[in-house]
Design a protein around this ligand. Structure first.
Ligand SMILES: Cc1cc2nc3c(=O)[nH]c(=O)nc-3n(C[C@H](O)[C@H](O)[C@H](O)COP(=O)(O)OP(=O)(O)OC[C@H]3O[C@@H](n4cnc5c(N)ncnc54)[C@H](O)[C@@H]3O)c2cc1C
Length: 399
């Protein structure tokens, strides 16, 4: 999508939502972040016909995304606020951290950090479906399937943004929020960019001895392997080099389960079944763009490696914080304040995630976590500040 040209001229906000092709807020992308923003704006008093969501895919395609997400406690609370608590959320109460070919392990418990859970494992579709229901109940409109082809800041006198839609007339808005997300390999390169040369193989796996509410993070020479408790088995996120990911995806079930057993070991017994495998490319691609009347949130602003489970958690915080500013102030001031307020959270989250991804994709960069792993994980159990450091990095978004 064409990036809007920044402009600094200020002017009062106009609302002309009585015209059917003009909206107060147009949100490009009805993924979880775009939907969350629409619901928070509506909750704050913006009437339904002043908001339009647009998505290139139909609802069924969006809800079939293969990703499983580890949601933070804070994200759970935000989703409850929008009456969109995810279906089938499995609480993670412990995380078992180990390193392949190294002695030792450490266990992180939710109760040591006064949390009911360290995270919640949810399928992407089980996040989207309740959000969709809340949108319908609130009469919020989603135009779909409809590709947004370009976004143009209109001239300063008109004071509106023009949204070019594929195959139909343009629409205009007082404010356009870009929440068109996406995955690393499909995106245009942004300012903060790092290709870790990693992909993730995603599948649901069953095993002989699952341990309820316990997640596993195993660091291997190829990259981290996460097993997140889900249903009677685990959601697998296996990070490795792209060529290896592609060849793992092509293995039949028996060969794939054997490869997983070798890489992960036998902490949950024998792996007995695997769903079809999907591969996602991973990388950092971030640039917090905004202009007078356009702003990017969620993966459209920052796409992160999933090693720390931060992407959607940060995206939901983006949506919540932006809505507060747009509800309180005229558009231009609201966007400006949002960019200032959210900068710290964004940069901190990018830094943590990038640090972990580089550590596990490459190795030794001297970070605290490298020291933690270098010590041998058993020793970490005896050294509580280091254990806290490790726990904080592993807590799926923290807030
Ligand atoms: C393997 C993997 C595991 C992950 N695990 C976690 C995790 O454990 N925890 C976590 O917090 N995050 C995780 N993430 C990150 C998380 O998936 C994203 O941060 C999140 O989906 C971003 O939401 P979004 O709404 O911004 O974008 P998306 O989910 O990408 O949704 C964007 C929407 O915009 C639509 N769209 C795109 N282009 C256009 C266009 N031109 N016109 C109209 N519509 C358009 C798309 O159809 C889509 O519906 C993971 C990611 C991957 C790849």
């Amino acid at each position: 999508m064409q990036a809007p040209a920044p402009s600094s001229a200020a002017s009062p906000m106009t609302t002309t939502s009585s015209h059917p092709s003009h909206y107060r807020f147009v949100i490009c992308g009805a993924g979880p972040v775009g939907q969350a923003l629409a619901l928070e704006l509506h909750r704050g008093g913006v009437v339904a016909n002043e908001i339009l969501l647009i998505d290139a895919k139909n609802a069924e395609q969006v809800s079939k995304d293969a990703r499983t997400i580890a949601l933070s406690h804070g994200s759970q609370q935000l989703l409850e606020r929008w009456h969109a608590s995810p279906q089938n959320a499995t609480a993670i109460r412990e995380i078992h951290v180990s390193r392949r070919r190294h002695f030792g392990r450490t266990l992180i418990h939710a109760q040591d950090y006064s949390l009911p859970a360290l995270g919640y494992v949810v399928r992407y579709g089980d996040i989207i479906n309740p959000l969709e229901r809340s949108l319908t109940q609130a009469d919020l409109q989603v135009l779909r399937p409809q590709l947004v082809a370009a976004i143009h800041n209109a001239d300063d006198e008109a004071d509106v943004v023009r949204i070019a839609l594929a195959g139909r007339d343009d629409i205009t808005a007082d404010c356009v929020i870009q929440a068109e997300g996406g995955i690393f390999s499909d995106q245009v390169q942004r300012q903060q960019h790092r290709d870790y040369q990693q992909s993730a193989v995603i599948a649901h796996v069953n095993c002989a001895h699952p341990i309820a509410h316990r997640a596993f993070e195993r660091f291997t020479e190829e990259g981290p392997i996460a097993l997140l408790p889900q249903d009677a088995g685990y959601s697998l996120v296996w990070c490795c080099r792209p060529e290896r990911a592609n060849s793992l995806q092509q293995l039949d079930d028996v060969a794939f389960l054997q490869a997983l057993q070798t890489a992960f070991g036998d902490r949950v017994g024998q792996f007995t079944a695997a769903s079809p495998r999907f591969v996602f490319t991973l990388g950092l691609n971030a640039q917090a763009d905004a202009s007078r009347r356009t702003v990017k949130i969620g993966n459209a602003a920052q796409t992160l490696h999933p090693v720390a489970g931060q992407g959607l958690n940060l995206g939901l915080r983006d949506a919540f914080v932006l809505a507060q500013h747009l509800l309180r102030d005229p558009v231009e001031i609201g966007i400006e304040k949002f960019m200032q307020t959210q900068e710290h959270d964004r940069q901190r989250t990018i830094k943590i995630t990038d640090g972990m991804a580089r550590l596990f994709a490459a190795s030794a960069d001297g970070s605290a976590l490298q020291t933690v792993l270098g010590l041998g994980l058993s020793a970490v159990d005896l050294l509580s500040p280091l254990k806290r450091e490790l726990a904080e990095q592993m807590m799926f978004g923290r807030r």
